[in-house]
Structure formats: structure tokens, C-alpha cells
Design a protein around this ligand. Structure first.
Ligand code: IPE
Ligand code: IPE
Ligand code: MG
Length: 247
């Protein structure tokens, strides 16, 4: 259990990057310009996270529902993703950041899948810093995919249905092997989770900020981490139990 003492740094921060469209609209710019600026924020935030000591940062970049946006916005987003991966490969290697993805990435355009494979492969030996991109991600699809994989494992004799537990089942989620988020941040003032890491955030602290994603910076991330540090995570216990460590 957590104890008072040095500032608590979340090991894993997940972010719902929201507000690119409104940022652009407020300036009379096309929505894609907001997404372009949002890509620059990703760079800033990945650097800031490392400086703070956050080992895992997960970014919700494209949801399964986002395919329903206008086709030119969807193709613009895919183009930006391709651009980001090409541009960031050397930085990620230099900073020793491992790239992971969660989501049904096999439905992304072939060129994007190729870049993802290339960057993931080139960074797979890094362990200290981790960037997780949620792409074509939806929590409910993730659970369905995991249930199918689990059922196949039972059929193949690698799992026993009667042994099913969260510990065993959660290994079949896209996030298998990654720690649960400690802190979930959503920008742009919306206060909802939009099908993002519903099970993994069972005990995450949530911070909602009105700042639009293109305006989000190091100070905003630090403010969210400071807020996290002031929270008491009780996991069902009482404050007394947390303070005394008593059972
Ligand atoms: C977040 O910004 C980026 C993605 C969902 C890809 P939005 O594009 O949702 O911005 P708003 O919500 O329209 O302002
Ligand atoms: C959530 O943002 C998805 C991503 C940040 C990629 P949306 O802007 O798509 O979410 P809703 O539709 O407002 O809930
Ligand atoms: Mg939005």
C-alpha cells in the first residue's frame, strides 16, 4: 500500500488526447491542423514523461469508433501516424523508448502497419521507458478478442476453464504484460472514458483538464502528476488501515 513520503510518481499514465478539432475550430483552421499540432504535443509529452520518471505512457490515438469520421479526416490521421513513426524512430532509439501498440492494428493501412512493425522491432530491447499507442482500440473489442483467445487456449489444453481468474485472463488482453495505468488523464474538458482501458483502469486515478490537447504541455502533465500525488489510493480499505498499515 502507498505510504506518505517522497512525491508519488505514477508508473503508468494513460492519456485520452482530446480537443484537436476544437483547437483548430477556434482558430478557423481545418481539423487536420489541430491533429498536426497534436502530434507535436505527443513529442513534448513523451519527453516530459521521461523527465518526470513515468515509465509507461499510453496514448489513445485512434478508437474503433473514429473510423466513422469523414474519410478525409481518417486518411489525414493515418498519414500523420505514418509521418510520426518515420520521424520519431531515431528519437525513440536515442532516448531508449520501447514502442508498443494495443488495438486491432491489423486493420490499419498496410504502410502504417509496416512502420509500426519497424519501430516496434527497432525498440523491442528497451525496458526502462515505454510508449504504448492505442490504435483502432476499443475496450469492448479487446475483451471479445481476449475471450476468444482464452477459449482457444482452453480448447488447446493450455488453460483450464475452471482456473479462470483475472490474473490468467488479463494476459490475453492487448495489454498483457503491461502494468495497469495508475493515472488516467483526459484533456479538453470531456469527462468520459470513451471505451478506453475500461478494465485496466479499475483503480486508476482520473484527472480531467479543460486544456485542449494541442495546448497540453510539460506543466500540465506535471500538474496532473502532482494531483495524483495528493490522492489517497485506498483499494477498498479505510484511511486508518492505509495510515497504520494495519490489517
Ligand atoms: C482527439 O481530438 C483526436 C482524435 C480523436 C483522433 P478530436 O479530433 O476528438 O477533437 P475534438 O473533440 O473534435 O475537439
Ligand atoms: C476518444 O476521443 C478517442 C481518442 C482520443 C483517440 P473522441 O473525441 O473520439 O471521443 P468522444 O467521441 O468524444 O467520446
Ligand atoms: Mg474528441
Amino acid at each position: 500500500m502507498s505510504s506518505p513520503g517522497p512525491a508519488k510518481i505514477p508508473q503508468h499514465v494513460a492519456i485520452i488526447m482530446d480537443g484537436n478539432g476544437r483547437w483548430a475550430k477556434a482558430r478557423g483552421l481545418p481539423r487536420l491542423e489541430g491533429h498536426r499540432r497534436g502530434v507535436e504535443t505527443v513529442r513534448t509529452v513523451v519527453d516530459a514523461a521521461r523527465e518526470i520518471g513515468i515509465r509507461y505512457i499510453t496514448l489513445y490515438a485512434f478508437s474503433v469508433e473514429n473510423w466513422k469520421r469523414p474519410t478525409d479526416e481518417v486518411s489525414g490521421l493515418m498519414g500523420l501516424l505514418d509521418y510520426f513513426l518515420k520521424r520519431e524512430l531515431n528519437n525513440l532509439i536515442k532516448e531508449k523508448v520501447r514502442l508498443h501498440t494495443i488495438g486491432r492494428t491489423d486493420a490499419l493501412p498496410a504502410n502504417v502497419q509496416r512502420e509500426l512493425d519497424r519501430v516496434k522491432d527497432a525498440t523491442k530491447h528497451f525496458t526502462d521507458w515505454n510508449l504504448v499507442l492505442a490504435l483502432n482500440y476499443g475496450s469492448r473489442n479487446e475483451v471479445a478478442d481476449a475471450a476468444r483467445a482464452y477459449a482457444e487456449a482452453v480448447q488447446a489444453g493450455r488453460e483450464k476453464a475452471t482456473d479462470a481468474s483475472w490474473e490468467r485472463f488479463s494476459r490475453y488482453l492487448y495489454t498483457g504484460g503491461l502494468p495497469d495505468p495508475d493515472l488516467l488523464i483526459r484533456t479538453s474538458g470531456e469527462q468520459r472514458v470513451s471505451n478506453f482501458l475500461l478494465l485496466q483502469c479499475a483503480y486508476a486515478e482520473m484527472v480531467f483538464t479543460p486544456v485542449l490537447w494541442p495546448d497540453f504541455g510539460q506543466a500540465d502533465l506535471q500538474a496532473a502528476v502532482d494531483e495524483y500525488g495528493r490522492r489517497e489510493r485506498r483499494y477498498g480499505l479505510t484511511t486508518e488501515q492505509i495510515k497504520t498499515g494495519a490489517k
